[in-house]
Design a protein around this ligand. Structure first.
Ligand SMILES: Cc1cc2nc3c(=O)[nH]c(=O)nc-3n(C[C@H](O)[C@H](O)[C@H](O)COP(=O)(O)OP(=O)(O)OC[C@H]3O[C@@H](n4cnc5c(N)ncnc54)[C@H](O)[C@@H]3O)c2cc1C
Length: 382
């Protein structure tokens, strides 16, 4: 796997070393989609709102801290855990944890593509030794693991996260480098989902090498604005096959954003995990960690309605100016890139900003806007 110019890991065949066995094609998760299919009745989905009883663990996790509770159980049983950590300030990747100290850096979402390295091979090696293994990653990574292993193993517990898509590492590098040059100090550590204020108003917090810190409301960060605008996701994320049911993991975890509406009595300040239990192994794991976790059974619709990324939908169109965004990335500062390519519409050679006067005037006269866009043959975005 090699980093592409856009900042995503892509497979590259070393033709010198290839013996033409065809195994890479046979096992490829992208070429061989999941065999799990069929309609799943909403009434049959086992769903919970869940949160960890330990406030410190809850605060270090992105939502309700279920992942840590599962890891604790697996390690207690003599097993090991595979999850994603920061490997340096630019790179997130999968590693193995044998102890709870090694599990802690896995907690919390890293909003860039995680490098798998040799994780699938390492999981197989641990299963062959007869150990219990917990693997947590995106649905496509869980599917990739299953295709690699080619068989079910009762010692393997998989957790897939509800995923909006992974943004470009190149974009992240640019964000970090611009922060460092503005600050004059290296970035030491980043928390994408800091809960100092609360889970619902989480912040992106950056720790610098000179001992200082900076934070802003997550959604106000320029990097997250790019992420949420879907402008620089991995190409396959626009047509993700894994959003729908049935899910890939034994368990599915995400944020239970709607919890406050129907359950105002839950401890919403520190985070609630939206949990789907997809298999008997998943149900057994839930039972095993019920001492550490609070589980409240809910109607799946409560989660579904607030989770766009669970809907089985048409592929999203890749962002119309995606190619230009990447080709002009080195030319502009991020702020300028954002103003140029996000929340804008190109009409011929002109860039119309959606927060600009011309655009707002045009919006008041929608028929005129339609006429101009129709003539220019351009698509609206943002
Ligand atoms: C790129 C990305 C997009 C997401 N999009 C959504 C969304 O649209 N809706 C939603 O409800 N939730 C989304 N989440 C999941 C959410 O942020 C929480 O991770 C999830 O709710 C689990 O929370 P937790 O408290 O149980 O555990 P946490 O402690 O937060 O879980 C951490 C686990 O997530 C895994 N992980 C962290 N970063 C990555 C990564 N880059 N790639 C693969 N695995 C990773 C780690 O292996 C670890 O096991 C997303 C997460 C990521 C990483």
């Amino acid at each position: 796997m090699e980093w592409s110019a856009e900042g995503f890991l892509l497979p590259v065949v070393d033709v010198e070393a290839c013996v033409g066995c065809g195994l890479c094609v046979a096992r490829c998760p992208a070429l061989q989609p999941s065999s799990a299919g069929g309609e799943v009745a909403f009434e049959s989905v086992v769903a919970y709102g869940a949160w960890n009883r330990d406030p410190e663990i809850l605060r270090n996790s992105s939502s309700g801290g279920l992942f840590y509770a599962l890891a604790e159980w697996v390690i207690r049983e003599g097993g090991c855990v595979f999850g994603v950590v920061w490997q340096d300030r630019m790179t997130a990747g999968f590693v193995k944890a044998e102890t709870l100290e090694e599990v802690r850096p896995m907690c919390g979402s890293k909003y860039i593509m995680a490098a798998p390295h040799l994780v699938y091979r390492d999981v197989r090696a641990e299963l062959r030794r007869g150990r219990r293994v917990l693997f947590a990653g995106t649905s496509c990574q869980v599917h990739a693991l299953r295709r690699y292993l080619q068989r079910d193993d009762e010692k393997l517990l998989t957790v897939d996260i509800i995923c909006h898509g992974v943004p470009s590492r190149r974009l992240w590098e640019k964000y970090v480098l611009e922060m460092e040059s503005r600050k004059g100090a290296p970035v030491r550590h980043v928390e994408f989902r800091n809960k100092d204020e609360s889970w619902e108003r989480f912040r992106l917090k950056v720790f610098f090498g000179d001992g200082t810190q900076e934070s802003c409301v997550h959604w106000d960060s320029l990097f997250i604005k790019f992420f949420k605008s879907d402008v620089a996701l991995n190409r396959c994320c626009y047509a993700c096959r894994y959003t729908r049911l049935p899910r890939q993991g034994d368990l599915t975890v995400g944020d239970f954003w709607e919890a406050g509406q129907s359950h105002p009595d839950w401890p919403l300040r520190d985070g609630i995990t939206a949990l789907l239990v997809n298999s008997a192994a998943g149900q057994a794991a839930v039972r095993a960690v019920s001492g550490q976790m609070e589980f409240r059974r809910v109607d799946f619709r409560e989660i579904y309605d607030g989770q766009d990324m669970l809907h089985d939908k048409e592929p999203r169109q890749p962002y119309p100016y995606r190619a230009r965004l990447f080709s002009e990335m080195d030319r502009w500062q991020l702020e300028q890139l954002y103003r140029r390519f996000v929340g804008t519409t190109l009409v011929g050679p002109f860039v119309l900003r959606h927060d600009g006067l011309i655009w707002r005037v045009l919006c008041r006269f929608r028929w005129l806007l339609g006429l101009i866009l129709g003539c220019a043959g351009r698509r609206k975005n943002g």
